[in-house]
Design a protein. Sequence first.
Length: 137
Amino acid sequence: MKDSDETAELYNDSLMRCLRDQDFIKKFYTRFFAADPDIRRLFATTNMQQQEDMLKASLFMIMLSSTSPAASDQYLSHTALTHNHRHIPAHLYDIWLECLIETVADVDTQFDESLETAWRTTMQVGVNYMKSRNALS
């Protein structure tokens, strides 16, 4: 198992490669919307440009939370509140993560098992937080 600094570095480098593809976020949402019929319904009235911008910011904030939870607690707390307001079922967070990993695998030419582990380890912090907050509402 890699230490948290190495995991964060692998994740960050991969994220930067993914974001060089200007359609990375759009590719993710295309995959995510196709994964479950409820997802498209939940996003029916969403401003997708704003949503894409928020996801991009979240990818950085989740990385920060994985190495320094106190640094992004306020951000994750706010995000959890907005997602709970939309009544997002907990199982959709798992679908979200799988779709994200699949999109990274398609976009990052250096994707391998260690990068998959880095993404899963980093993203799981945010997914677990969102699911735990979801269970409280």
